[in-house]
Structure formats: C-alpha cells, structure tokens
Design a protein around this ligand. Structure first.
Ligand code: FEO
Length: 397
C-alpha cells in the first residue's frame, strides 16, 4: 500500500504482511500490518518502523513522501522486532539526530542490537514532552503493554494517540481507517488481539485508561502499530478495552474438548444441549481442529467454560494440555466452569481439567463428570444436566 495521509503532515508509511498466518503461535488468519507514521514538522519524526523483511516497503513509502535522510527524529515506542527489525537499516540510512525510547527501551534496544550503543538514543521519562515545531509529543510509559519497554506517543495539538501494540489488530487491509472496513471483522480481530496478547496485562490497560481520563487527554484518533486506525469507532474500542480489561464477559459458554474415540465428544455435545436448553448461547470447539488462539478469543468473551478430555496415560489428551497451557498463560479471570471426560480404566483427565479451572480462579459449579468407555443414554442426560447447571449459574449473574 502506498503512503496514506492520516492528516495534514502526518502519513502512514508502514508495511502490509498479507501472507502471515502464524505470529509466534497466534493464527493470523487475516494477515497483519506493521504501522509506522511520519510527522512533518520542524523536526521530521518517524514513529516506529517495521519487521526486518518488510523494510523495503517502509523505504518505498518514505521515499514517496520525502527523502528519508531528512528525518530528524525516530521514536521507538516498542522494541519487539516486528517494530524494530528494520530499525538498524533505517538508522544507518537516515542518520537521525535523536532516537527516543523509554529507559527500559534503551536496555532492550542494546540487548537486541549491539550497534545500539552507538546510536543517538535519548531516553524519555514518563510524561516527558518534546517540541517538534508547531507540535509537541508527550511520551507515556505503558509498561507491559506489551513489553516492559512499551510507551505511547500523544500528539496534543493533533489529539492523536500513537499507541503501538495497544488497540491493535492483526488485520491486513488495503484501507487504513476503521470506517472503511467491515465492522464485525474489525471488532473480532481487535478482540482476538486483546485475548491473545494484551489480556495478561489488563491491570496495566486499566492504568492507561485511567491516565487518559485523569489527564483529560482529548483523542480524535488512535494510531496503533497493527491494523487499522480508529477514528469513527473510538468509543467502541475504548469501551471494549474497559470491558475486556475488567474481565467482563458475555452470558455465553464455550465448550472445549479433545476426544479419542468420540465418547468425550458425545459428552461435549450433550453438555452443550443442556446449556442451549437454558437459552444460553454456546460454542463447541474441538481442540484438535480449532486453533488455540481462536479458542482463546472465545474464552475471553464467554462467561462460562466447559472443558472435557479423554484420559490418556493418566492425563488429558496432549492437544488439550497444549490448549489449556496456552489459555492459562493468558490469565483469563472471572469464569464459571465445569469439567468432564470419558476414560477406560483410570480417568485422571477430569482431575487435571479441574486443576486448570482452579488455576485460572474459575468458580467450579459441579464435581467433575467422568464416564467409563462409551456414555449411555442416562450418562448423556447427566451431561446435559451439567450443562444446565452451568448455564443457570451464569444466568444468576
Ligand atoms: Fe507488535 Fe509487541 O509487538
């Protein structure tokens, strides 16, 4: 995509990664973008760069706006290499007067790039303001959203927040603004991004939202480092971040299971039928066929979790262990759950599933349900009752 004018003197000059489908374990079904922004003021400033293999796209875009050697300042809001991979080449070609970063950013840059010791790094404090000419930029630390070095850049005269990973989406699109793309796709990708990247740092998100409120920062646009720019649906995404960071979920359930000879699958479907019978929406996800990052999105959005697995060698099935290890690491909270599974002769899977629910601090509403070999009609009625009980608890709020 060629450079896009965001506003007078402000351009998107990033790169689109249409083909990426795996972002260290996150399935990026709609590709991604690495956004960089160029501000033309007395001090010409580039905010963030792109992944190393896409440096060519960045240079191509810069050259269509101006000679890159005219750039005075570079801002590194976040050191992860999807935003700094191209930085050494950019610094070499641009020879900037200053490269702004946080204190942790300096450490991370020096750890990633030995040559950073020779770069004109300028560490900024939380809240520090730098004059660029007619405009200023204010740096606000956002530690752990999503690395310790992370910060955002606020342009008060433009009422623009350049938010690095926060408010991002892995969403490749030839259009740059939220009102130019499909709203449902956009919100789904924003939710998936939050669930799979930002959720463990929800306390820090609440802090950022509180800072925006306390400082009375007026924001007309949010420019993230991935996906599209928020201008029309600002209120929607901010209110979604408020809900997600407070672990508010919808009155619905996700049934996640893995099955060996379809007995646990029969149980999963029976549990789902009990949930449906109570009028609560339910999604059934087989861990063998649904990517863990899609499961994680549903886990964040749903209040209820029903987890099931056959027993294999005294444990749950490996694919279920994989999925739940991933889910647990992302620290979902305020869930209501049940566990179930079929077994041949020992049946430890359910015990391990209950431990998972305990680890994520879920409210477990029933003892685990185990069925030996193949569930009978009566067993399936018991599974449906388990689903009903879970749904009733959710309805009670
Ligand atoms: Fe988009 Fe944490 O990097």
């Amino acid at each position: 995509m060629p450079p896009v004018k965001v506003r007078e003197d402000l351009y998107w000059v990033g790169a689109i990664d249409w083909g990426i489908r795996d972002f260290h374990g996150y399935s990026t079904n709609r590709g991604s973008t690495y956004n960089a922004y160029l501000l033309l003021d007395d001090k010409i400033t580039l905010f963030d760069t792109v992944k190393k293999p896409l440096a060519g796209q960045l240079f191509h875009n810069l050259q269509r706006v101006l000679d890159p050697e005219k750039i005075d300042y570079i801002v590194v809001n976040h050191v992860e290499m999807d935003h700094t991979g191209a930085l050494p080449e950019v610094i070499e070609r641009v020879k900037p007067q200053k490269v702004f970063c946080s204190k942790m950013g300096q450490k991370a840059l020096e750890a990633h790039f030995p040559q950073a010791k020779n770069w004109p790094l300028h560490v900024v404090e939380n809240g520090e303001k730098i004059k660029l000419g007619r405009r200023e930029v204010v740096f606000l630390e956002t530690r752990m959203i999503h690395w310790p070095d992370s910060m955002v850049s606020y342009l008060p005269q433009e009422k623009i927040l350049i938010s690095q990973d926060a408010f991002g989406q892995h969403y490749a699109n030839s259009m740059l603004f939220d009102d130019q793309v499909d709203y449902c796709e956009l919100m789904q990708e924003a939710a998936k991004y939050y669930a799979n990247i930002v959720l463990p740092f929800s306390a820090q998100v609440q802090k950022l939202l509180a800072t925006i409120e306390e400082k009375g920062l007026e924001i007309d646009m949010i420019l993230p480092d991935h996906g599209v720019i928020w201008r029309k649906y600002l209120k929607d995404i901010i209110s979604a971040y408020q809900r997600w960071s407070a672990y508010e979920a919808e009155q619905r359930v996700v049934v996640i299971y893995a099955t060996m000879w379809k007995s646990t699958e029969k149980m999963a479907l029976a549990v789902a039928s009990g949930i449906e019978a109570e009028g609560i929406p339910v999604k059934v996800m087989n861990a063998d066929t649904v990517h863990r990052s899609d499961i994680m999105t549903e886990v964040m959005l749903a209040k209820g979790l029903a987890v099931g697995s056959s027993t294999l060698n005294n444990h749950m099935l490996p694919i279920m262990a994989d999925t739940l290890t991933y889910v647990k690491g992302l620290r979902p909270r305020k869930k209501v759950g049940v566990a179930f599974g079929s077994y041949g002769w020992s049946g430890e899977a359910v015990k391990h599933l209950l431990k998972f629910l305990e680890d994520i601090k879920a409210e477990v509403v029933s003892e685990g349900l185990k069925v030996q070999y193949v569930p009978t009609h009566e067993d399936l009625k018991t599974c449906a009752e388990l689903g009903r009980k879970l749904a009733q608890t959710i309805k009670q709020g």
